[in-house]
Design a protein around this ligand. Sequence first.
Ligand code: IVH
Length: 661
Amino acid sequence: MEAKKRIEELTAILNDANYRYYVLDDPNITDDEYVKYMVELTKLEEKYPEYADPLSPTKRVGGVAVEKFEKHTHKTPMLSLSNVFNEEELREFDKRIKKEGITPEYVCEYKIDGLSISLIYEKGILVKGVTRGDGITGEDVTNNVKTIKSIPLKLEKPLDIEVRGEVFMHRDTLTKLNEEREKQHLPALANVRNAAAGSLRQLDSKEAAKRNLDAFIYFLMEPEKFNLKTHYDSMMFIKKLGFKVMPSTKLVKDVDGVLAYIKEAEKNRNKLTFDIDGVVLKHNIYADQIELGRTAKYPKWATAYKFQAQEVLTKLKDIIFTVGRTGRITPNAILEPVILMGSTISRATLHNADYVVSKGLKIGDIVSIKKAGDVIPAVTGAVYERRTGKEKDFVMISNCPMCHEPLVKKEGQVDYFCPNPNCPARNINSLIHYVSRDAMNIEGLGDEIVEELYNLGFVKRIPDFYDLKSKKDALLEYDGYGEQSINKILENIESSKQNGLARVLYAIGIPGIGSKTAKILSHRFGNIDALMNSDIDALEEIPDIGNTLATNIFEYFKDHQDFITELKNIGINMNEIDGERKVNDLITGKKFVITGTINDYSRNEIRDILESYDGIVSESVSKNTDVVIVGDAPGSKYDKALKLNINIWNEEKLKEVFKSL
Ligand code: IVH
């Protein structure tokens, strides 16, 4: 009797804890307590199975494996939604409703990026969970649905009821899942939707249970049975029964209210723990819904306002290899061009061979491209369901694509290198780097011109830029080089001689020296001779310079004395030119990360200003970051900053600080 009572008690405690944690997002007990109760209940149920509740919280871990899923025909078809993509189309949708003599009031909800599910309860007990399938017939995935802890197994009232909603995966669950998969040498899952779909269709429900799925319910079938007159009231009704309804659900009185909701949702989009791809608006009043009716596919009383996609699918046409100035080999994705957030993407870096393998990419795959907050598009993975069998495996090359020298890979490193110092690709990229914006900033010398100058034999080495003026006539013989533009380029080359030590140090490409370190060295030594005369110990004393970097710098100057003398003889100023150092308490020595779009400054402008005060700008947030500058539509860096409790500056604060300089 004691055991029976304790089993009931623990079942109630754990059910309530699940509800508080998974549905209300408001936990009432600690993780440790939860585990303790769970262990106690599991043991008691093993000893006294006759007292165990058939819907016990211990059963949420799955266990049933099936050969295949049974088909289930939906009582009423599961419809899809029409789409609108901008304000104009939204207003047209609104007008169409008004034309029927109906005054619309809208319930706004997030459009969750997952897959829809239908849940059937008999006398308050979950008896079936069915996927949408083709809208008419879906698959019975009940065993897997039961592992989703935000879906109640038993309702507050013993009702016969059917609800529909969206099953989805939180972003950090996918990250963890992909980390696990990488360890097991399994390819990464491209996005949360595919991951959720794959998880819900696991034949072994124990596997599904591990995927930590979640669900929001956004639809009640046959509301008239409960005398409900509006969608909003239905949502409140099912919430009381124990379902997880989107907290962002909001009733607005007209289309302007919808637009305001959309604006807010777009702002919050990247701060959520899950992906949304739009806003769904549903006319609230059921009687009108019936009057408006439906097409074969969509209801006419609802539509989805789709956001600009942060992710698109496209074909991976090829993987080509490029050689950087250091000889590093980078695989690059050649993509069927797609538009993503306003720009056409046809190429994306794949970083290194390990990255391609970890994502399991094959040439010919349909891949997912993402930009979320960040500017550089990334290939996040392939959509395996769309493979035709004709895809080709990725094979890493073993020789330099440019000079055919066998590639080398250092112990413990992921990158392959072309070791040939005379490799044309390396040389061209060194020259491109030399003239680039953050280096010598020589306007008019774009990548293609530099490559052409190299191929035509005009510029083979850095000093050759400064001798171009003596070859002006020869240059003029080539198509595309007008006298005026050549004069301008020559002028820019000449004036770059006065850029000062920091830019030169970065431009000449000392291994491991970025523009930040170059500035630090320039400040520290003031001129090139002082720097060349220093030793590894002295270099290592500088903050941010470790032994490897100090050794690189030392070795570089040992090997390049003649080259430096050559540059000096050309008349390149190798002294610190900034003069006195600018100092500001909020910036100097502090580490910054920028995420999202700042309206009044470009990222480069912000970086230049911060660096001119010896602020350090880096790409990723860590516990050492002092300030994260957050613009519109920030990326995951913002979430990380919040998690690590790092000081945040919004645009207003940034402007205030910059104004005070
Ligand atoms: S209502 C009859 N509400 O979007 C209306 N759908 O593109 C049925 N979705 O198939 C859908 N969030 O999988 C509705 N708040 C939401 C939604 C939502 C995501 C999905 C659902 C649907 C698809 C249509």
